[in-house]
Design a protein around this ligand. Structure first.
Ligand SMILES: [Mg+2]
Length: 285
């Protein structure tokens, strides 16, 4: 039996991770790394040439500078670490990392990024229904990505890598970032829902006490996501209804005269104690 989906329309608030949940940002990161390393490898005659396998073996999931250092070490290339203030032209680990970040930003500006269609539809529906929405992302590029994807205006708060650094929030899987997201949104985590695709993020939301933690399996694996605290796992957010089934069901069963009252009840002023009760609405759908 599939997990019952939490009723997001009854949640006090919904907090979304960004990369991999709202936008397929990994592809943009991969393109940026390839552009940078293709140039570096050619300029320094590093063999064999950079491939996508290098990305997954040495770069993916690591902090930016650690990824540069790891890959170059595996090609027997030693360069100074440098400092975070190094310009993108600097031939240091930090310089190359900063070069990648500049390439990422340029790619976003030039090509934009389309949100996952299922995520966009869900966010638009929840926003239209008045459910408070926020973004909790470790990325320091979150604002740029949200703007490029054209979805920034749906979210009342964004707690990202810039905020985390400023407020000394511990990285996911510590509960700090999701807890800060709930505080910023003014909601009780226990009555709210978190949506994440990484095990570290699911663990963060679970530790912060969210009433429901939706794991989006973009490759981490459903079992791995459940193990760290996901209360439900989906392959894509298109699994969620984009209409407020409970509100429309009561509208149908009532007289037509009360239909407008039912749409009022979609406002998130009701008790959200029933965010786990979407199975009701699934039966009526
Ligand atoms: Mg993610």
């Amino acid at each position: 039996m599939p997990d019952a989906l939490p009723d997001l329309f009854r949640a006090q608030g919904v907090l979304f991770d960004l990369d991999g949940v709202l936008t397929p940002t990994a592809e943009v990161h991969m393109r940026a790394w390839k552009a940078v390393f293709d140039d570096v490898f050619a300029a320094w005659d590093i063999e064999p040439p950079y491939t996508d396998a290098d990305y997954f073996d040495y770069v993916d999931g690591k902090k930016r500078y650690d990824g540069v250092s790891s890959l170059l070490r595996h090609r027997n290339v030693e360069i100074p670490w440098g400092s975070v203030d190094d310009p993108p032209e600097a031939d240091t680990v930090c310089g190359i990392g900063n070069r990648k970040n500049a390439a990422f930003a340029a790619s976003l500006r030039a090509e934009g990024i389309a949100p996952f269609p299922g995520s966009l539809a869900l966010v638009q529906a929840l926003h239209a229904a008045g459910v408070p929405l926020g973004v909790v992302s470790s990325s320091k590029n979150a604002e740029e990505v949200l703007a490029a994807a054209g979805i920034r205006s749906y979210f009342r708060v964004v707690v990202d890598g810039v905020v985390a650094e400023r407020e000394s929030l511990a990285s996911k899987p510590a509960p700090d970032m999701f807890r800060a997201g709930a505080v910023a949104l003014g909601v009780d985590p226990a009555l709210s829902v978190a949506v994440e695709d990484a095990t570290s993020g699911v663990a963060s939301a679970a530790a912060a006490g969210f009433g429901a933690v939706v794991g989006v399996d973009r490759g981490a694996g459903a079992d791995a996501l459940r193990e760290v605290g996901a209360t439900v796992v989906v392959d894509d957010l298109d699994a969620f209804p984009t209409t407020d089934a409970a509100a429309s069901a009561s509208a149908e069963s009532d007289s037509a005269a009360s239909a407008s009252a039912a749409s009022d009840s979609a406002a998130p002023t009701e008790s959200a104690a029933s965010i786990d009760s979407a199975s009701d609405s699934e039966e009526t759908a």
